[in-house]
Design a protein around this ligand. Structure first.
Ligand code: MN
Length: 436
């Protein structure tokens, strides 16, 4: 058995023709193949947006048992993809490579669930077509977990049993639901998560790209915050290393490339029975966002001093009237809320209260990023409660409402949206252990 050190070959290379890259990983001879150039690790700053800087690390490894790496990954400007191919040698890696390269080529607008979902469905069509043309093999397929980030909006498209996790506030949250036999058994209460990990049929997936023309991804839309870490990984990662250990690495290893390396090393140390792939994306506040927050705190401090003066001079009534007179809009659990007072806390107590909720969700609005940031960071002032409502109404009208919601399917495949069950047999039949 080889030492782990010889299995670091799958680290991604930086593409020579643009900053996007697709990586086929883990060839034992130490060269990444496919679209990417071999060489540098897929690390470093990949995207800088107005409010945040995304930094990313990634690694894919053949593992210690398989002969080929059928996983693929892609890291581009605010687009991140992990795909786990199946169907055996010269098939699984073809399917996963088509998936990541198609999604890169579609270049979905970050934060747009419709475009990301359509890119995944295009990948599906390309895999089916490739098999018919004799590239790869009939019955080849792949999972895909694809994410885009725009400001604070994270959008994920999911097919199969690769996963997305969010490390937020010191806690690892699993974001995606597996399309797998054992997930169905867990959901129906027949087995526990712990039993699922050792179930003999844990590799059977119930939805995959490439098995059928009619596959729709599950879509997830979430709000993310500076300090959050996104992890995308194949089952060679989450099936080998338990979530508390994954959480521990994300909690203790600051650099995303180091974190990706350590996660893969842990999977290898646990046996490396499958190909292992992970992408770690850090959402960090950029200096300008921090400056803006500091400025907000200065304003808040000045207002609090004025308040203190009112209280000290015995004008409790004046102080309350002063607080009530200040109205602002901010975001709570994604929903715009109208508040009175001053955003923040003094002596551990909120110095504001929610007057009413608006029923309007921030992700549904098409606001400039700077406005979105102010909503979150300091709230947006209004002259009165009715003025605040009018402002929210204006935003709604400006944005239009495209009706997109998390989990909703797409126009062109709506007719097939409910047919997961029909695709499950073909995916089951192909299995995931093609060349094991
Ligand atoms: Mn796998």
């Amino acid at each position: 058995m080889a030492r782990y050190g010889q299995h670091t070959a799958g680290r991604g290379g930086v593409s020579t023709h643009n900053r996007d890259m697709a990586v086929r990983g883990g060839a034992p001879n130490g060269r990444a193949t496919g679209k990417s150039a071999a060489g540098k690790a897929a690390a470093g700053k990949v995207a800088s947006t107005k409010n945040s800087v995304l930094t990313c690390g990634s690694r894919t490894d053949v593992g210690l048992v398989r002969e080929h790496n059928e996983d693929s990954l892609a890291v581009a400007d605010r687009l991140f993809v992990v795909a786990d191919g199946m169907g055996g040698h010269a098939a699984g890696e073809v399917a996963s490579e088509i998936a990541v390269s198609t999604i890169l080529e579609c270049n979905p607008t970050p934060g747009d669930p419709r475009q990301l979902g359509q890119a995944v469905m295009e990948a599906n069509r390309n895999i089916v077509a490739a098999a018919m043309e004799g590239r790869g093999r009939k019955g080849m397929g792949t999972t895909v977990t694809a994410a885009t980030i725009a400001g604070r909006r994270l959008v994920i498209a999911q097919v199969g049993d690769s996963r997305a996790y969010l490390y937020h506030g010191g806690v690892l949250q699993r974001l995606t639901r597996d399309h797998s036999l054992v997930q169905n058994l867990v959901d129906s209460g027949q087995i526990t998560e712990a039993q699922a990990r050792i179930h003999p049929e844990r590799n059977k997936i119930t939805r995959a790209l490439g098995t059928d023309y009619r596959v729709a991804p599950d879509m997830y839309e979430l709000e993310i915050l500076p300090g959050d870490r996104l992890l995308l990984c194949s089952d060679g990662m989450h099936g080998m290393v338990e979530e508390p250990l994954i959480e521990d690495v994300l909690a203790t290893v600051p650099d995303p490339q180091d974190a990706a390396d350590q996660l893969v090393s842990q999977a290898l140390a646990a046996g490396g029975f499958d190909n292992v792939t992970c992408v770690v994306v850090d959402v960090a506040a950029n200096p300008r966002a921090v400056q803006r927050q500091n400025r907000a705190s200065v304003v808040r401090a000045a207002v609090l001093v004025a308040l203190l003066v009112l209280i000290l001079t015995g004008s409790a009534f004046g102080a309350k009237a002063f607080l009530d007179s200040r109205v602002f809009i901010t975001v709570d659990s994604g929903e715009l809320v109208v508040c009175t007072g001053i955003y923040g806390q003094t002596f551990g107590r909120d110095t504001y209260q929610v007057d009413h909720r608006t029923g309007v969700f921030a992700t549904r609005l098409d606001l400039p990023q700077a406005t979105m940031d102010r909503l979150h960071d300091e709230g947006i002032q209004a002259d009165s409660l009715s003025d605040a409502d009018a402002l929210v109404q204006t935003w709604v009208e400006q944005s239009g409402d495209d009706g997109i919601q998390a989990g909703q399917d797409f126009d062109d495949d709506n007719a097939q949206a409910g047919q997961d069950a029909s695709t499950s047999e073909s995916a089951d039949a192909s299995g995931k252990d093609g060349d094991a």
